[in-house]
Design a protein around this ligand. Structure first.
Ligand code: CO
Length: 132
């Protein structure tokens, strides 16, 4: 059911520093910061030949990233995103298999439908599915 790894998201406590690390130290192609008020994050996409890295930085007081950074002050991997062809079919199959989905299907930072799955059902990893 799952296809390509679309991105790995990393929560960062200092966005400028993280951008400099990826651009200058690692020599990656780093995009411009994008504010995503609906998700409470500022996102920076880093393009790699086979996937993307998504840097996440808190936007607003109620950002879901704040709690994560409080527990992981130097940042850390926040979620991984797999591509699926049909997100409704994927959700139905997962729910019938006993997996917990977090909230509803929403429009993600790439403008495509996304869904989050509970980390307790996936070996401690928050999983995002994105319909491609
Ligand atoms: Co993501």
């Amino acid at each position: 059911m799952i296809g390509n790894l679309n991105h790995v998201a990393i929560a960062v406590p200092d966005l400028d520093r993280a951008i400099a690390t990826y651009r200058d130290m690692l020599g990656a192609k780093v995009g411009a910061p994008q504010d995503e008020p609906a998700h409470g994050v500022t996102v920076v996409f880093i393009s790699l030949p086979n996937t993307k890295i998504e840097l996440l930085y808190p936007l607003g007081e109620n950002s879901p990233i704040r709690g994560f950074l409080a527990k992981n002050p130097s940042g850390g991997i926040h979620h991984i995103c797999y591509e699926v062809a049909d997100i409704n079919a994927a959700r139905d199959k997962l729910v019938s298999g006993g997996a917990r989905v977090l909230g509803d299907i929403k429009t993600g930072a790439h403008g495509k439908p996304v869904l989050f799955l509970h980390p307790k059902d996936f070996n401690g990893t928050l999983v995002e599915l994105e319909q491609i």
